[in-house]
Design a protein around this ligand. Structure first.
Ligand code: XMP
Length: 430
């Protein structure tokens, strides 16, 4: 039997994703659908036991007034209509102040089992993956980030040996990351892992390039090229694993969440290398992805790690990347992470890292004048990365960091702290 589901009809409210998450947190699965879904189609959705119409009666998207098909009110499913505006005409209840309570009551009203758990999800998804993939082979670009790691763990559980993971070390990863990928996936989970040392290739391509957008483009394009070369060496691959998650799908669709899946293939792979996609996490929110990873046995620090930009340390080694500054940013970042963990800040501060400007200043080392690099510390908190506030660090911690970084990181004689919120700063420096 299909798991129970509450369908949210999308009238353009930015709250839909949050509502879906809250319903799932209450133990029932929920998904967002286009506002104009036909009543028959809605009724036939597997497991559907309730409908939420979230929005006012004057919903306007792109200058056009939209509403649900009125037929949905007479298909025999309980419907919760809700709006934010307050006083409203007849058909609309006012969205109660305590949304969680209202959702909980609505779930009760559906009289359906609360059967959404990560364990159930994994079991069902593994069965689906086995059916979809059959005895064919799957390829996955495994960066070691949360999403690709959890996709790998799911696919290993579902099809084991039929999966090949390719880990491209582009030299811009944090200290210890390539080693962790090799240990966790290659050794502990016994996956087929192709480890590609592409450090020189990337750094050669990036030599002398100072413009951040240009750097991002080069890193992205080179990544596709390396991945493509590895893919060509393998025979009989039919599928490509993708770390698409539900917010990617919601964000790229406006009126409907269902239309947009095709946007999520890896751009840039040549025509003759187009694989069919497997996206086992495409219905999960980030917190569910993490829970899934832990349930599949991945290390806690791998699935709960802070966000890290795709171009990696490449955008934290400011201006044209040089090997000495790249090593300095990697070493100082490792010290920062170590000290944050020691001080109970890991998992508490949203994102923290070091950046190295292309700037030397005069200093003193071993009683002699020495021109060396400066390191910037940045630690911020945010909900959605659109705005951010600065974490106020304890001075003892700052002293420890300064001492360790200037002593242990080669070529660095100064430590600076970035106290700028976003705006006016962005989180990253490039
Ligand atoms: P900004 O610097 O724009 O960063 O305030 C917001 C969040 O996005 C991350 N970020 C990136 N992530 N590729 C990514 O995958 C990128 O090119 C990139 N640039 C910034 C940044 O780390 C922060 O979490």
């Amino acid at each position: 039997m299909a798991r129970s589901m509450i369908a949210i009809l999308d009238l353009g409210s930015t709250e839909n994703a949050a509502i879906a998450r809250e319903i799932r947190a209450l133990g029932m699965y929920s998904e967002i659908f286009a506002h104009d879904i036909e009543p028959e189609a809605l009724k036939n959705l597997p497991g559907v036991c309730g409908v939420i119409v979230n929005g006012g009666e004057n919903n306007v998207v792109d200058g056009e007034k939209i509403d649900v098909n009125p037929g949905i009110y007479s298909i025999g499913l309980p419907v919760l209509t809700a709006c934010h505006q307050g006083a409203h005409a007849n058909d609309y209840d006012v969205w109660p102040e305590n949304r969680e309570k209202a959702l909980d009551a609505f779930i009760e009203k559906t009289a359906s089992p609360r059967d959404w758990t990560i364990e159930n999800f994994i079991e069902e998804e593994v069965a689906l993956l086995r059916k979809q993939i059959g005895n064919k082979k799957v390829l996955l670009a495994l960066s070691g980030g949360v999403d690709s790691s959890v996709v790998a763990a799911m696919l290993i559980k579902a099809v084991g040996d039929q999966l090949t993971c390719v880990h491209v070390n582009h030299g811009l990863l944090r200290k210890g990351e390539p080693e962790q990928v090799v240990n966790v996936f290659g050794k502990e989970l016994g996956a087929n892992l192709v480890y590609v040392d592409a450090v020189d290739r990337f750094l050669d391509k990036l030599a002398g390039v100072a413009d951040p957008e240009q750097k991002r483009k080069i890193i992205g394009a080179e990544f596709i090229r390396v991945f493509e070369e590895e893919a060509r060496k393998l025979e009989g691959i039919a599928f490509l694993g993708q770390g698409t998650i539900y917010p990617d799908i919601i964000e790229s669709g406006t009126k409907t969440a269902k239309m947009v899946k095709s946007h999520h293939n890896v751009g840039g792979l040549p025509e003759d290398l187009q694989f069919e996609l497997v996206e086992p996490l495409k219905m999960l929110f980030k917190d569910e992805v993490r829970a899934c990873g832990e349930a599949l046995g991945l290390p806690h620090d791998m699935v709960y790690r802070q966000p890290f930009p795709g171009p990696g340390l490449g955008v934290r080694c400011l201006g044209a990347i040089t090997r000495d500054r790249l090593e300095a940013v990697r070493e100082s970042d490792a010290i920062l992470r170590e000290e944050f963990a020691k001080n109970g800040l890991q998992g508490k501060v949203w994102q923290y890292f070091t950046a190295i400007p292309d700037l030397k200043s005069v200093g003193v080392r071993n009683h002699a004048r020495a021109d060396e690099w400066a390191v910037i510390i940045r630690a911020v908190n945010t909900v959605d990365a659109m705005t951010a506030t600065v974490e106020e660090l304890d001075w003892n911690l700052i002293h420890t960091l300064t001492k360790r970084i200037t002593n242990e990181v080669k070529g660095v004689n100064r430590v600076l702290i970035d106290v700028t919120p976003k705006p006016t700063g962005t989180i990253e420096w490039e």
